[in-house]
Design a protein around this ligand. Structure first.
Ligand code: HEM
Length: 515
């Protein structure tokens, strides 16, 4: 009698659920032991990223610590728990190449993912899963073609001149030296560039030291707000829970901003039939040709998704790269002088104009190119990239089969700072990318900061062009000097998804015009 009461009671059900949970956790925890794969022991459920989830550690630091963990010094890959889920942390360059390039078809999604409850985030190119990713990527690719980049170049160059002008007007006859916060300055410039070339909008961020577009861009990665930091880390590390908490890849502010502004911009463009060859034109084509099966609401979500990711991925990546470059040059005046001489010569040759050719290839201004590559190496703005295994596949001469669904981590930041591949890796040394030295770097790592394979950075060429324009427009008229408020070394923002300095990068600009 008492037994049947017990069987029908909620306690019984709870007990069963608990036993099943413990069994499941045990099975999970023994996964790598059973496979005889070296693995990182970590707290149950929270897994390797427990400290990140609790806000005690930055994800870039955690990934670096795993990579450098002495226990795994000679391992090609390490088992780890991405929260509850067994995942693979890959260190070996051949296996990285297999996953990202050779066997791309089995790893064509990212593990980080938003969910269907997060339009427009779930449709944006960085997160969207196949088959939709392939469709959107193929439609977006021509936007970054040489023809389109050349067509956009005049706008970038004009904004570069604006940047130069707005720095110049801070000087007066009595002030020959003015202090600037590098990250603010470069953030403003890149928001203006993306707004102009992608949406055809004059955001006037440099002129007004901020504005609505800047707020919209900045609030995406505003990890200083505790909840936003948690929201973003969860989307990257435990995408499964995102839908239960209603987490969004674009902040509420950014989402509202785009839904307020963009439908009118798109409608106006359709009505006027004027083509500007910008992202809006590309999106209108995408809507008409490639996604006819979706309703008009979903189509708008898809378009807004791309609008958002262009701002998110396009501004802070280049801004961090430019500000870290200027910071390093303030510490190494010799390198700065060599670069400024190269800029001076190139401007002389081109009648004072910053031309497309100067910034779109590595031959016109080789030292500038080496400088940017070295910054990207030392400050790989995305500290890791991830993939999800979509078809199980064998690696390491048959020693391990990666099962379908397993998350893969490729630690870009740590690879780029490994002394096995880069001598004296913490030294900022652009000469390692000089033609006579580059052979010392494994080919896979020569330009890894934009990712690898078919899912690499779609904006690589634009990123390089706009970064170089900003550097030339600044260095042609100003010397950058460290002052007593310039940080002695960089401390990264702990919770950053795109790496940037936790402290203001304050330096002096000294007027020193060439022409
Ligand atoms: C210095 C500048 C930049 C750096 C270092 C950078 C870096 C990266 C990296 C590491 C990835 C992941 C690649 C992978 O998983 O293999 C990525 C993806 C992406 N980037 Fe960039 N990026 C930069 C500039 C830009 C710009 C200017 C744009 C566009 C305006 C952009 C748009 C994107 C998009 C849309 C993706 C997702 C691609 C896909 O999944 O198909 N990025 N970027």
């Amino acid at each position: 009698m008492w037994f049947s009461i017990f069987l029908n009671s909620p306690i019984y059900l709870l007990l069963i659920a608990l036993i099943l949970l413990i069994k499941w956790i045990r099975k999970n925890q023994n996964y790598f032991k059973d496979q005889k794969i070296p693995y990182l022991k970590s707290p149950v459920i929270l897994g390797a990223y427990a400290d990140v989830a609790l806000g005690r550690e930055g994800v870039y630091r955690k990934v670096e610590q795993i990579y450098n963990d002495i226990k795994f010094k000679d391992e090609k890959y390490i088992g780890m728990f991405v929260f509850h889920k067994p995942g693979l942390f890959v260190k070996d360059l051949d296996i990285i190449k297999q996953i990202l390039i050779t066997d791309f078809n089995s790893f064509n999604n990212r593990y980080v993912a938003s969910n269907i409850h997060d339009p427009p985030g779930c449709y944006q190119l960085f997160l969207v899963k196949n088959p939709l990713w392939k469709t959107i990527r193929s439609k977006m690719t021509p936007f970054f073609s040489t023809v389109k980049l050349k067509a956009s170049y005049n706008l970038i160059e004009k904004l570069g001149r604006d940047l130069n002008y707005h720095i110049m007007i801070r000087f007066s006859d009595t002030h020959k030296k003015v202090e600037f916060n590098l990250k603010n300055l470069t953030d403003y410039f890149f928001v203006d560039v993306i707004a102009s070339i992608a949406y055809g909008v004059e955001a006037n961020t440099i002129k007004n030291s901020g504005g609505e577009f800047y707020e919209a861009a900045n609030s995406i990665f505003d990890v200083k707000k505790i909840w936003r930091g948690f929201e973003l880390s969860s989307l990257f590390l435990i995408p499964q829970i995102a839908k239960y908490f209603g987490f969004q890849i674009f902040s509420k502010f950014t989402t509202k901003f785009f839904y307020d502004v963009m439908p009118d911009v798109i409608a106006e463009r359709k009505k006027s039939k004027i083509r500007r060859n910008d992202l809006i034109d590309t999106l209108i084509e995408l809507e008409d040709e490639l996604i006819p099966e979706h309703d008009s609401h979903t189509k708008l979500d898809m378009m807004i998704g791309q609008v958002g990711i262009f701002l998110a991925a396009g501004y802070e990546t280049s801004s961090s790269t430019t500000s870290f470059t200027l910071y390093e040059l303030s510490k190494q005046p010799d390198l700065q002088n060599i670069l400024r001489d190269e800029i001076k010569d190139a401007l002389k040759k081109n009648e004072g104009k910053v031309t497309y050719e100067m910034v779109s290839n590595s031959t016109e201004m080789p030292f500038l190119h080496q400088i940017v590559l070295e910054t990207l190496r030392m400050y790989s703005v995305l500290s890791f990239i991830d993939r999800e295994c979509t078809n199980s596949i064998t690696i390491d001469n048959g020693r391990f089969t990666i099962p379908k669904g397993m998350p893969i981590t490729v630690p870009l930041f740590a690879l780029c700072r490994d002394e096995k591949y880069f001598e004296n890796p913490l030294k900022y040394d652009p000469y390692r990318f000089a033609p006579e030295n580059i052979h010392k770097i494994p080919p896979l790592l020569q330009n890894v900061s934009f990712g690898l394979g078919q899912r690499n950075c779609i904006g690589e060429r634009l990123g390089l062009i706009q970064t170089k324009v900003a550097l030339i427009m600044i260095l042609k008229d100003f010397k950058i000097e460290a002052n007593e408020r310039t940080p002695a070394s960089i401390e990264f923002e702990k919770k950053a998804i795109i790496i940037h300095s936790a402290r203001k990068l304050l330096v002096d600009f000294v007027k020193d015009t060439f022409l």
